[in-house]
Design a protein around this ligand. Structure first.
Ligand SMILES: [Zn+2]
Ligand SMILES: [Zn+2]
Length: 180
């Protein structure tokens, strides 16, 4: 998706449309994109600097890090970028902005927002995607999907990560007590 800087009027200009998965070409292990992303927002121009604020909506194909089921992960992201016409001013602009805008640059009067769209998606990807916040995951003992049914393995054999943390914490506390 490209924006011609000369065509942006004084009062700004809406940005709306779809960005195809093939344009974004997301190349992240564990994630795929099979549907276009919808973008809706606005560009405004101050001298030669162009401010873009938009929301991105779509979904990624992913796999749950707990139960290993393939699922569609909905995405709703904000994009805030200021485009400056030369690379040399990027640093100066970054220092001058107190808001959370990213600074990019453009050449030849044309803004290409694709790189920023892609970067915004990538930095917002969870390291451990989950199909739903309360996904119970797989039993580490027998491999059963605990969302489907309780496999009946001893809770102790499953070794909940919280139990491990608790043990670690009490060990540390004991150590501190001994030291003081
Ligand atoms: Zn899951
Ligand atoms: Zn089990």
């Amino acid at each position: 998706m490209k924006i011609a800087v000369d065509k942006i009027p004084e009062e700004g200009h809406p940005v709306e449309g779809k960005i195809e998965a093939s344009e974004i070409a997301l190349d992240m292990p564990g994630y795929g994109m099979s549907e276009p992303m919808a973008i809706a927002g606005r560009v405004t121009k101050v001298d030669r600097d162009v401010y873009l604020t938009a929301t991105l909506r779509g979904a990624l194909d992913s796999e749950c890090s707990r139960c290993l089921t393939a699922f569609k992960m909905p995405l709703g992201l904000n994009l805030s970028v200021v485009y400056v016409p030369d690379k040399g001013r990027m640093e100066e602009k970054e220092g001058a902005l107190e808001s959370d805008f990213n600074v990019s640059f453009y050449e030849d009067d044309v803004i290409d927002i694709l790189q920023d769209v892609k970067e915004t998606i990538i930095i917002n990807l969870p390291i451990k995607p989950v199909c739903r916040p309360d996904c119970k995951g797989l039993c580490p003992h027998c491999g059963a999907d605990l969302n489907v049914a309780d496999c009946g393995c001893e809770k102790a054999a499953r070794g909940s990560p919280f139990e491990e943390l608790k043990k670690l914490k009490s060990k540390l506390e004991e150590k501190q007590r001994k030291q003081s």
